[in-house]
Design a binder for this molecule. Structure first.
Ligand SMILES: *Cc1c(COP(=O)(O)O)cnc(C)c1O
Length: 225
């Protein structure tokens, strides 16, 4: 039974990888998954795992000894930054000057330079994290020369719809912010990564220019927690 599940995960990774263009990075959104499930995904070729919580990533770290990269994909609280910078290779969810300053400060004390993405609230939902599309450049202008941050692109969740096609305008709007900032040529800002799309929407996100997709359900199966 258990082995069947791990075999399925490997098959899912292979199938998703094959359906993606070669320049699109597949991040396994690993929340709530067991160490052996995450390991099965890594064995099948996953190079990056994403966690929403610092504590969950911390608990998983001792079990994963492979050379995988760790991305923070959930909202990062300021009081968790010190731990987060020791665990993660990229923070995809910078959404305020205060958070950026804290990451810069804590990285300065360990000599690290943290690659980050700016999280965009593309659906403009008041209960969501992320900066509004029209405020992204302003945020970047305030933090782009922090020496221990390296801004490398944007991330968005987009609203969750039953019909993934409904997410397309939000992905398109995020891509347009991405292009605008890229073309502005802001010093120290390398607009390389556009992280958008989840299990139900990643194909549409890739059509709209995503080169990172974050996938949980269709990779690991339905979450029971
Ligand atoms: C859970 C999660 C995903 C993946 O969601 P699925 O629908 O399970 O593929 C992607 N991004 C973030 C930020 C998540 O929390």
């Amino acid at each position: 039974m258990e082995n069947d599940n791990l075999t399925l995960i490997k098959q899912n990774v292979t199938a998703i990888q094959q359906s993606l263009p070669s320049d699109v990075l597949l991040v396994a959104a690993a929340k709530t998954r067991l160490p052996e499930e995450v390991q099965a995904a890594i064995n099948a070729g996953i190079k990056v795992i994403g966690y929403n919580y610092v504590q969950e990533a911390e608990q998983m770290h001792p079990f994963i000894d492979e050379a995988v990269k760790w991305h923070m994909i959930g909202h990062l609280q300021k009081n968790k930054v010190k731990k987060a910078i020791g665990l993660f290779d990229m923070i995809e969810t910078i959404d305020s000057v205060e958070l950026a300053l804290e990451v810069n400060k804590k990285c300065a004390s360990t000599g690290k330079v943290m690659p980050v993405l700016i999280e965009v609230n593309s659906g403009k939902e008041s209960n969501k994290t992320g900066v509004l599309p029209e405020d992204v450049s302003q945020l970047i202008m305030k933090i782009h020369d922090l020496p221990h941050l390296r801004i490398q692109g944007l991330m968005t969740m987009g609203p969750r719809f039953g019909n993934p096609e409904d997410a397309r305008p939000y992905f398109r709007a995020t891509k347009s912010v991405f292009d605008r900032i890229k073309n502005a040529g802001i010093p120290h800002v390398e607009m390389r990564f556009l992280s958008m799309g989840m299990s139900n929407s990643y194909k549409i996100a890739v059509e709209e220019g995503a080169n990172i997709v974050r996938i949980g359900t269709v990779l690991f199966g339905t979450r029971c927690l």
